[in-house]
Write a protein that binds this ligand. Structure first.
Ligand code: ADP
Ligand code: MG
Length: 739
């Protein structure tokens, strides 16, 4: 029996899915695989687990709900617990390194990667009576693989007379990939479609597609806020840096009256703003006067509706305002409550978007595509869509991964627009023309599995006894090239031999890190370097450990000072000799060592703030270190390793060995210094005398300002990653000597 508060009950009754509970449960009871499709916000994630619970599915076993995003796993478990009046002991979550699952857990929200790991140790998933794969349309690699495995596990459980239900939940997108894939399901599973109460959303295309979408998104938001009636604004940009920049800009433009962000949020500044702030005061005042005037003149007439023809007038209006720093400051009028949302944002800050804004403020959420389907933010009336998305593109031939800002798909753009019609009729402003949308946008986004290296997956599948990986029931099969390169890289690493997993390969696959890192761990066992390698691998496996800019509001000079200080600390951490040659990984190693010590004295957070480290990353590195250490102890009981808060820095010889170990895992990511003229590059790069030539890449790559090896220009380096911004940069650089 579930006791819900009246408020919750009222909110639930508004959800269309509630009226269909009985029908949905009948179909679930009678079938073992069900596809449940419904628009975002219809109540799938929050309600279906409750239906199952109330129907008794959690009496003896757990109900698993997987999410591709950690944000969703955490916030949905909280929400459902709240709705059901149950504690987090019973409605729990588990993501990598973090969770609150107990013996009493009934509903377990988890990331898809976590459930895949569980399959490795308990193939039949005996702990569960139902598995719900949520957001299947997102086509994350792990959800795809889970569908493949579960398509086999479900019939096996049936044979054992111990049935397991599989519910695939998805937005109403491209369901044929699941339903019409005979290798997955011999018989098409029943598809339940839930109608959402979706109000009409008027789409306004820009007449012209402005190249500078960040400037355009700011302008449009200012227009909406200053001229259109009440209603929340949701803005889609591509990454956390863009979110932060825009949030800052909007917060400055529309200061809060009495309300304060106070500790609710703090946003980092980025380098563009640094430049802004360096402008003289007088200049700035002048600019602001000019801009204030601009705001008074704006009207909303330049938004066209679909099918409208191009209008040359618009160009003139845009030409008039050619100022890059087109900021305005509005002291009067309605304050704007601007909140950031992106996946690396700490979860307590993410939760702010669900709260009511302070009295009299208009809500404005600046988000990455996190808000596209997994989180439904209440009371959004206006969506501003840049139409862009950041994809981490992986070059199947060169092995280089890079971030690209690209047009999103039609399906995604429509999802984004839909966010405006949840509570009433809304508007979506698309900052691109209908022609671009029609001609340039792909219909659907490419499934992630086609855009990532599949090495770890390949090895995992092999270790689970799947000999012909190409025959695995993937919803979308990866390219043959991808599978081939994965196989050959794993052979190079020594994880596979003649297509069979080697003992080294088995050792590698046990570690919850990429195979190349697994190999480093396996190797350093022989050289007594384990504690250092563990530390280094844990740090290299984490995103964004070293911060570029401080969190919180710092004045421009202060910002500069802080940056300088951090760089100095990093140079000092890098040391000299072999230590310096180990380069950026050495900085990480020292950072983790020092953080461990600070942690043992209970002052980790402060230490991170002072030294430019992302606190959450350090906490996770710590968890990963412990996990890796335990894994090693389990397999090699004779080794004596631990997470020592007083780990001494590696000696010069150890640093040299660590470089060799790095090379053993990263041997395919080597770059050689070349004179620029050898590269015959275009002029704008002429100011650089040297560049690097990596693998078989055409374009030159560079050492980034943030690398401690920036000044030394070594002949040969290995890098962790190449990424592209205005140029190609190497991340995580180490010096090697050619044989
Ligand atoms: P779906 O999974 O079909 O997209 P959800 O179950 O996520 O739909 O959302 C149903 C409703 O619950 C939405 O209107 C959403 O705003 C609301 N909701 C979800 N999480 C929260 C929360 N943490 N606080 C308040 N409302 C929430
Ligand atoms: Mg959902």
């Amino acid at each position: 029996e579930v006791y819900r508060t009246e408020e919750i009950q009222m909110a639930r009754l508004k959800l269309p899915i509630l009226a269909e509970e009985q029908q949905i449960m009948e179909i679930i009871n009678e079938n073992s695989v069900i596809i449940l499709a419904g628009e975002t916000g219809s109540g799938k994630t929050t309600q279906v687990p409750q239906f199952l619970y109330e129907a008794g599915y959690a009496l003896n076993r757990m109900i698993a709900i997987t999410e591709p995003r950690r944000v969703a796993a955490i916030s949905m478990s909280k929400r459902v617990g709240e709705e059901m009046n149950l504690s987090s002991d019973e409605v729990s979550y588990l993501i990598r390194f973090e969770g609150n699952v107990t013996e009493k857990t009934k509903l377990k929200f988890m990331t898809d990667g976590v459930l895949l790991k569980e399959i490795q140790s308990d193939f039949m998933l005996t702990k569960y009576s139902v598995v719900i794969l949520d957001e299947a349309h997102e086509r994350s690699v792990y959800t795809d693989i889970l569908i493949g495995f579960l398509s086999r596990i479900v019939p096996l459980r049936m044979k054992r007379n111990d049935p397991l239900k599989l519910i695939i939940m998805s937005a109403t997108l491209r369901l044929e990939d699941f339903t019409e894939n005979r290798r997955l399901f011999k018989n098409t599973p029943p598809v339940i479609k839930v109608e959402a109460r979706q109000y009409p959303v008027t789409i306004h295309f820009n007449k012209r597609t402005q190249p500078n979408y960040l400037r355009e998104v700011y302008r449009k938001t200012v227009k909406i806020h200053t001229t259109l009636p009440e209603g929340g604004i949701l803005i889609f940009v591509t990454g956390q840096q863009e979110v932060k920049t825009l949030v800052r800009k909007l917060q400055r433009s529309f200061p809060l009256g009495k309300a304060k962000y106070s500790s609710v949020q703090s946003v980092e500044k980025d380098s563009d703003e640094e430049k802004d702030e360096e402008l003289g005061d007088v200049l700035r005042k002048k600019k602001r006067q000019k801009k204030l005037k601009l705001v008074e003149n704006v009207d909303m007439d330049d938004f066209s509706i679909p099918g409208d023809h191009e209008d040359p007038d618009v160009e003139e209006e845009d030409l008039e305002d050619d100022d890059e720093n087109d900021e305005v400051v509005v002291k009067k009028g309605q304050p704007l409550w601007v909140l950031p949302l992106y996946s690396l944002l700490p979860s307590y800050k993410q939760a702010n978007v669900f709260k009511k804004p302070p009295e009299g403020c208009r809500l404005c959420v600046v988000s990455t595509n996190v808000a596209e389907t997994s989180l439904t933010i209440p009371d959004i009336k206006y969506v501003v869509d840049t139409g862009k998305t950041k994809v981490k593109l992986y070059d199947k031939v060169t092995g280089v991964s890079s971030y690209f800002v690209n047009w999103t798909s039609k399906a995604s753009a429509d999802q984004r627009a839909g966010r405006a019609g949840r509570t009433g009729p809304g508007h979506c402003y698309r900052l691109y023309s209908s022609a671009v949308f029609n001609d340039t946008f792909e219909k659907f986004s490419v499934p992630e599995i086609k855009e990532k290296p599949v090495d770890d997956l390949y090895l995992q599948l092999k270790c689970m006894g799947i000999d012909k990986v190409v025959n695995f029931p993937f919803p979308t099969v990866p390219d043959l090239v991808q599978l081939k390169t994965a196989e050959s890289r794993l052979e190079t690493l020594g994880a596979l031999e003649n297509s069979k997993v080697t003992p080294l390969g088995r050792a590698i696959s046990k570690f919850p890190v990429l195979p190349r890192f697994g190999k480093m761990l396996a190797l350093s066992h022989q050289q007594n370097l384990l504690p250092y390698t563990i530390c280094m691998v844990a740090a290299l496996s984490m995103q964004e450990v070293l911060l570029e800019t401080p969190i919180g509001h710092v004045d421009p000079q202060g910002l500069k000072d802080v940056r300088q200080k951090w760089r100095a600390i990093r140079r000092q951490w890098a040391g000299v000799g072999n230590s310096l040659m180990l380069g950026d990984p050495m900085v990480l190693l020292k950072a983790v060592g020092a953080a461990e010590f600070a942690n043992s004295e209970g002052r980790l957070e402060r230490f991170c703030d002072d030294n430019g480290l992302r606190h959450k990353a350090l906490v996770e590195i710590r968890k990963l270190r412990i996990q890796l250490t335990n894994e090693i102890k389990m397999n090699l009981p004779e080794t004596d390793v631990g997470v020592d808060p007083k780990l001494k820095p590696p000696t010069d010889i150890q640093a040299k060995l660590l470089r060799q170990i790095l090379l053993s895992g990263m041997g395919d990511q080597v770059a050689k210094k070349v004179m620029m003229e050898e590269l015959k590059e275009d002029e704008d790069k002429a100011k650089y005398k040297y560049a690097y030539r990596a693998n078989n890449m055409e374009e030159p790559v560079f050492l980034h300002q943030g690398s401690v090896l920036k000044g030394s220009l070594p002949e040969f380096v290995i890098y962790q990653e190449i990424y592209e911004t205005n140029k190609m940069y190497m991340r995580g650089v180490t010096v090697i000597e050619p044989e």
